[in-house]
Ligand binder design. Structure first.
Ligand code: ATP
Ligand code: MG
Length: 226
């Protein structure tokens, strides 16, 4: 029997997951969320999309996009269902998800897109804090994963933003085993000399050490920069 998409997804179309983020660095919370969404929603693949310039963050507080892209590549390269896109890395200016999703829709009108987020990001979206939120919710489906410290309650959030209520059927939630991992915590652990083993894939940990990321010493040149 074929997979039935929850809440009326179109079973005739193939489904692709998009996992956007700053990935500074990518960690097991991101990877587990993507893997679980793929399985639960019958996604043929998940495309990780590291942003160039997250609109809500100061550029100088975020690592070089190429470092973040390479760490995302290293973390996903051995999974046949995961891949990484340069669509935001190569687009100048702030990385707005609406631009990315509209472009992916143009490129692949034949697939159904599922944008995967944690509860914190979904809450921002349903509060209307992302650019052109209503258009965004009309262009793809959303999967919000539970995340320690945040509540998954789209009904409640959307009450604050009535315009978005019409799109609630495009928003799905999923409980996942609690992963109290964040990139913020990993960066501060590295700064303080505390371990990050088992929070990130081994290759990502090696990359962070090799390039001296998240320490007061200047970062080493990127791969390909010599
Ligand atoms: P930072 O602390 O720098 O904000 P982060 O850990 O939140 O980093 P992001 O790159 O900001 O990572 O997040 C990308 C996406 O992954 C967001 O949708 C976020 O909600 C989700 N996410 C991150 N960590 C987890 C986690 N532990 N469990 C579930 N979702 C997560
Ligand atoms: Mg975050």
């Amino acid at each position: 029997m074929g997979f039935r998409a929850p809440h009326g997804g179109n079973n005739a179309l193939s489904r692709i997951g998009i996992m956007g983020g700053t990935f500074d660095p990518i960690h097991y919370g991101h990877l587990m969320t993507a893997g679980e969404a793929r399985w639960r929603f019958g996604l043929s693949r998940v495309i990780f999309v590291p942003n160039r310039h997250p609109p809500h963050k100061e550029p100088r507080d975020v690592s070089d996009p190429e470092h973040r892209y390479l760490m995302t590549f290293l973390a996903t390269v051995t999974n046949p269902h995961f891949t990484v896109s340069r669509i935001e890395i190569d687009r100048p200016g702030p990385s707005y998800t609406i631009d990315t999703i509209a472009e992916l829709r143009r490129r692949r009108p034949d697939v159904e897109l599922y944008y995967i987020t944690g509860a914190d990001a979904l809450e921002q979206i349903l509060r209307g804090e992302w650019r052109e939120t209503a258009q965004l919710l009309g262009l793809c489906r959303f999967i919000g994963a539970s995340r320690p410290g945040y509540h998954l309650d789209p009904e409640r959030w959307s009450l604050e933003n009535r315009e978005l209520r019409a799109y609630l059927e495009n928003v799905h939630t999923m409980e996942i085993p609690a992963m109290a991992i964040s990139s913020t915590d990993i960066r501060s652990r590295v700064r303080d000399g505390r371990p990050i083993t088992y929070l990130v894939p081994e290759a990502v940990e090696g990359y962070i050490v090799k390039h001296r990321l998240y320490t007061p010493t200047p970062a080493a040149p990127r791969e390909g920069q010599w």
